[in-house]
Every structure is written in structure tokens, then in C-alpha cells.
Design a protein around this ligand. Structure first.
Ligand code: PMP
Length: 294
């Protein structure tokens, strides 16, 4: 990429000129929402599902995005074209906009909208075979009736505190529980386990983002004939699972080989995890919105 072009409030500007006010409530209070999306071989994977989640998050925090769904899709496509990007990561951000130092959103007349596209630094291919080391952390997931984790808000401090805990334990990923001790998700990924050929994932009402990759994996389980159950489970179920894996836009589908010092299954990515990864990687170039023809 020669020059990196960023969409900011109706214009395309260079990285150096992409500046947002210090009075923006996204910066001052984490008041806003975002999406992380990937483009694979010119195809924005599950483009409309990501946009739907963006608009749902906006509605939930009573923020009106000043662009229609179709305009937002076109802005995203145009940012990709300007950056001549075929494979990469897309970040959409809509914040409450600039206001005063008070937290009242009524003081913010105009939301800030920006789109950044970038190359992605992801796990090595070896990591997909070996799996990650994960730890459960003491920090609980935000309570759904305080700040619902289904909202993909700019307020990620809950996840960051969890990441700090897993960093201190020198782990690759964290597992967050809710206040009742049920497993919810990773710091930035959804979680699945496999036991006796059945695939399990926690229902999102326990306190998880409705991940688009999670949704894709649920669809693939159906297609491949794996039995899938959305039901609550605890760390005990995680320790005794045959396979555990995380899903997310950046991570795709990645196994855990060790969790809280327990070896998971055979201690590397298991057959169902790898099959789902293989099928997922076939779907990502097909299912979505094509910016560039193959
Ligand atoms: N949970 C959290 C907290 C996340 O931030 C993310 C996105 N990185 C996910 C789950 C996975 O969601 P998706 O598959 O839509 O990327």
C-alpha cells in the first residue's frame, strides 16, 4: 500500500490528516460503536451481517448513524478501492461525535464516522495447528443489564483488563466468565468446545458478543452434520473437553491446547476444529459482498 486513505466524515484523507477532536465522546467516554470486518480475495466476508450488527449496536445506544445501510456499504467498498486492498481488515467506527466535557450525548450534534482498512497481523499457520495457551481470569464479563456485551461499543475496558490479566499469565488468550461463573467468551473472540463429537457454545445472553464468525461456524456445523448445542457451561466442562477453540474475525478458528495448566484433548488442534477452519476458509471468499471480481 503506497498511501493509506482513510474515510473520515465524508472525505478521504491520508493517515497523517485523519484527525478527530479531543472533545469527541468516543475518545472522552468510549461513547460509540464499531465493527471489525475482513476482506478476502476482494470479498467482504458477511458484509451485511456486520453492517446489521453495527446498526443494531447504534440503535441500542440511541445513536443515529448519518449514513444509510447502503451508503455505509459503499463507503466501505470505496475505502477498499482507494487502498487497492484485496485482503485485509476493515475497521468501521461511529462515535457520538464532538461535544463538551459533560457526558450528555445531546451536546454532540454530529456523529463521527470513519473507515480504516489495513493489512492484518494474524497468528502463524503453526499456531493454528499447535493451538493457544489460555487462562480463565477473575475479571467478570460486563453484566448484560449494565452494559450488554452484545453491543459492540467503543468501551472495551472490560476486555482490556482481561487481556492485561492474560498477559501477566503469559497466555495467548483469556476466558471470561459471567457473574454466575458460566463461560462467556474470550477477550476478543467467542468460544466453543467439542465433547464426544458434539459442538457446544454459550448462548450470547450469558454475556457474549454475537460474533459473526460464531454464526458462520454454527452454519458450518449444520452443513457438515455436526450436532451443535448453544448451552451454558463452566470451566469444568472446558477442562474435560476433547477440543476447545476460539472464533473471531481476526483469529478465524483457532484451538486452545492448554487452559489453566490443563492439557486440552491431545494438546494440539483437534480434527473438528481443523475441519471447521478448512471449511471456514473456503466460505470467506464466497459469502459476502464482492468489491473486486476474482
Ligand atoms: N467477542 C468479542 C468481545 C469481540 O470483540 C469479538 C470481535 N473481535 C468477537 C467476540 C468475535 O466476533 P466476530 O466473529 O464478529 O469478529
Amino acid at each position: 500500500m503506497s498511501e493509506q486513505w482513510i474515510y473520515l466524515d465524508g472525505e478521504f484523507v491520508t493517515k497523517e490528516n485523519a484527525k478527530v477532536s479531543v472533545f469527541d465522546h468516543g475518545f472522552l467516554y468510549g461513547d460509540g460503536i464499531f465493527e471489525g470486518i475482513r476482506i478476502y480475495e476482494g470479498n467482504i466476508f458477511k458484509c451485511d451481517e456486520h453492517l446489521e450488527r453495527l446498526y443494531d449496536s447504534a440503535k441500542s445506544i440511541d445513536l443515529v448513524i448519518p449514513l444509510s445501510f447502503e451508503e455505509m456499504r459503499e463507503v466501505m467498498a470505496e475505502t477498499i478501492r482507494r487502498n487497492e486492498m484485496r485482503n485485509g481488515y476493515i475497521r468501521l467506527v461511529v462515535s457520538r461525535g464532538a461535544g463538551n466535557l459533560g457526558l450528555d450525548p445531546r451536546r454532540c450534534p454530529k456523529p463521527t464516522v470513519l473507515v480504516i482498512v489495513e493489512q492484518l497481523a494474524i497468528y502463524s499457520e503453526e499456531a493454528y495447528l499447535k493451538g493457544l495457551r489460555a487462562v480463565s481470569v477473575s475479571q467478570r464479563r460486563n453484566l448484560p443489564d449494565a452494559l450488554n456485551p452484545k453491543i459492540k461499543s467503543l468501551n472495551y475496558l472490560n476486555n482490556i483488563l482481561v487481556k492485561i490479566q492474560s498477559n501477566l499469565a503469559e497466555a495467548d488468550e483469556a476466558i471470561m466468565l459471567n457473574a454466575q461463573g458460566y463461560v462467556t467468551e474470550g477477550s476478543g473472540d467467542n468460544i466453543f468446545l467439542v465433547k464426544k463429537g458434539v459442538v457446544y457454545t454459550p448462548p450470547c445472553y450469558l454475556g457474549a458478543l454475537e460474533g459473526i464468525t460464531r454464526l458462520a461456524i454454527i452454519e458450518l456445523c449444520e452443513k457438515l452434520g455436526y450436532k451443535l448445542k448453544e448451552e451454558p457451561f463452566t470451566m469444568h466442562d472446558v477442562y474435560i473437553a476433547d477440543e476447545v477453540f476460539f472464533t473471531g474475525t481476526a483469529a478465524e478458528v483457532i484451538a486452545a491446547r492448554e487452559i489453566d495448566g490443563r492439557v486440552i484433548g491431545e494438546g494440539h488442534a483437534g480434527p473438528i476444529t481443523l475441519k471447521l477452519l478448512e471449511e471456514f476458509r473456503k466460505a470467506v471468499t464466497q459469502d459476502g459482498y464482492k468489491v473486486w471480481e476474482a
